[in-house]
Design a protein around this ligand. Structure first.
Ligand code: AKG
Ligand code: FE2
Length: 200
């Protein structure tokens, strides 16, 4: 491994977790191709959540994909996964190659503009593989992404660019929250894919 690659793969968290910014892993043409395919072909649905007994429907759209049509309970609501499309399989194998890990599911999120985001959370659901890597691929609008330590409240921000890959590894979900803050500066959509390993 050369110095350039070593620098590119540094941990952006100071302690208690490991977040690796791989930077751009798709060129502009590939970004456009996958963005359009996913926009057109994914069966996007508004997300639902039950938080403190209240039922929420988000403007953000989501879709679950996986190795089979399993049911998955997330934020108090059971969702059914769809089986991988050709394009998702291509992206999955790219991400697996770069991260040296395999994944059996993917949550896709579509944020229409900067008014839509995702609140502070960690992806530590019981059905997720403990300490399993979550690989996050961004297509479309560039957005800020933030981490906050659960105890010290220390913050780390990063910009997620069109075609970039971010890996959240090890103790990250246990010790850090993350969010996609809303912003008035972004007026175009972003599609995010988080590849995960869930225990079936
Ligand atoms: O949209 C993003 O970049 C992050 C999404 C996320 O945190 C999640 O799906 O759990
Ligand atoms: Fe998350």
């Amino acid at each position: 491994m050369d110095l350039f690659n070593q620098k590119k793969q540094q941990n952006i968290l100071p302690f208690d977790g490991e977040v690796i910014d791989h930077g751009l892993v798709l060129n502009r043409q590939e970004c456009n191709f996958y963005y359009q395919k996913l926009w057109d072909e994914i069966p996007w649905e508004n997300d639902q959540a039950i938080v403190f007994g209240k039922h929420y429907i988000t403007k953000r759209k989501v879709a679950w994909f996986g190795d089979k049509e399993y049911n998955y309970t997330y934020s108090g609501v059971t969702k059914q996964a769809h089986v991988w499309t050709q394009e998702l399989l291509e992206l999955k194998s790219l991400v697996e190659k770069l991260s040296g890990t395999t994944y059996n599911s993917c949550l896709l999120n579509l944020y229409h503009d900067g008014s839509e985001g995702m609140a502070w959370h960690s992806d530590g659901e019981k059905t997720l593989l403990e300490k399993g890597t979550i690989a996050s691929l961004t297509l479309g609008a560039e957005r800020k992404f933030s981490f906050k330590h659960k105890e010290t409240k220390q913050r780390v921000d990063i910009i997620l660019k069109n075609g970039s890959l971010l890996l959240m590894k090890g103790e990250t979900q246990k010790n850090w929250l993350h969010r996609l803050p809303p912003t008035k500066k972004v007026h175009s959509p972003r599609i995010n894919l988080t590849f995960r390993t869930i225990m079936l």
